[in-house]
Design a protein around this ligand. Structure first.
Ligand code: R5P
Length: 359
């Protein structure tokens, strides 16, 4: 595994309740140059902003805190012996603008419940506003009924988060952008595309031979966005799912023979969509395949089938923690979304444009 996560600053100090305006601020790895003026950034230590982490991806929350130069807020998050989640906020948050970083991954139901309970605790502790920072939104694939008598679980989760007391949500690459509309509070749905595009540009694989491939019809907008950024061609794989968690390729549309392909997806769960797609591309004359995805869930045998696949390199982000066996994958590169999240939190706090990050 190649880790391209960025490190940054951290200094201790007290928090106060003053709030000012901030200049356009900094970032790393894939964010525009106008945001690179680190030196111009005022410290957040004297601001009324508090970051908390849940237990789903503490490493990412710590990296965000380092990026912002803030300590994480003190909270106890454990389990009662009967399995219930136990939360206690261990510092004053009265009147504070609070951000809780908790992707709803791993044990998805526990992660969601933990987020809800933390938001409830912060709301009852009189936080002025609570932003749920959910880098990976679990249940996102259940965003519509595909047959009768099915739930719309992604909407149910949105209702729960709002009811618990969240005032805002920050997330990355929602499986379907329309999930933003499941909330009646503001949602910043960030995209990892610039991060991935910059990486592949720097990697030197971008040339007139490159074709960006969507592994299914649902991912075409994402693949087209990457193809446009890289000045590459676009191809689309059509797949079907004979049953849940199984993927079959039906057809490939686009010129692929003799080219280098870059398959891009929002998430890799069982790895079936990606690996079936890559095998088909090779069978149809693609000479080399790279792959990229924002959320590397890597459930079940995913790591093994990716390792044994003809993929040259798989580039992912750290929205969810990597399973242990995936850390040994030599063809894996991890890019950190911590600067992107940190910058978005800063911009939310100072009421600055977030879309400017993607100009
Ligand atoms: C599906 O619509 C998604 O965009 C991904 O392609 C899918 O979730 C990947 O799942 P798996 O790795 O289990 O095939």
């Amino acid at each position: 595994m190649n880790d391209r996560s960025s490190s940054s600053l951290s200094t201790p100090g007290a928090r106060a309740s003053s709030r000012g305006n901030s200049p356009t601020t900094a970032s790393k790895s894939g964010l525009p140059a106008l945001l690179m003026e680190e030196a111009a950034r005022p410290s957040l230590m004297d601001e009324n902003l508090v970051l908390f982490k849940g237990t789903a991806n503490p490493g990412l929350a710590e990296a965000v805190a380092r990026h912002l130069g803030l300590p994480l807020g003190q909270a106890m998050v454990t389990r009662f012996s009967n399995g219930e989640t136990r939360v206690k906020i261990e510092e004053n948050v009265r009147g504070a603008e609070v951000f809780v970083i908790q992707p709803t991954c791993g044990n998805v139901n526990d992660s969601i419940m933990e987020l809800l309970i933390m938001v409830d605790a912060l709301s009852r502790a009189s936080a002025r506003s609570i932003c749920a920072v959910i880098p990976y939104y679990g249940y996102a694939k259940q965003e519509k009924k595909t047959s009768g008598r099915e739930p719309i679980s992604a909407k149910l989760v949105a209702n729960l988060i709002t009811t618990a007391g969240a005032d805002r949500v920050i997330t990355i690459d929602l499986h379907a952008a329309a999930i933003q509309g499941f909330f009646d509070i503001p949602v910043d749905n960030l995209v990892a595309l610039p991060l991935l595009a910059n990486y592949f540009q720097a990697r030197g694989i971008v040339n007139s031979d490159l074709v960006v491939v969507s592994p299914d019809a649902g991912g075409v907008a994402r693949a087209r966005g990457l193809a446009e950024r890289l000045g590459a061609r676009l191809a689309i794989i059509f797949k079907r799912r004979p049953e849940p968690d199984q993927a079959d390729v039906i057809e490939v549309v686009g010129e692929i023979e003799g080219r280098t392909a870059l398959v891009v997806d929002d998430m890799i769960s069982t790895g079936g969509t990606l690996v079936r797609g890559v095998e088909t591309l090779i069978e149809r004359g693609v000479k080399k395949v790279y792959a990229a995805a924002t959320h590397a869930i890597l459930a079940g045998n995913a790591t093994r089938i990716i390792e044994n696949s003809p993929i040259e390199e798989l580039v992912i982000t750290d929205t969810v923690p990597l399973p242990e066996e995936a850390r040994r994958l030599k063809k894996l590169t991890v890019l950190s979304v911590a600067p992107l999240l940190g910058e978005t939190i800063r911009r939310n706090y100072f009421n600055l444009s977030v879309s400017k990050l993607f100009d």
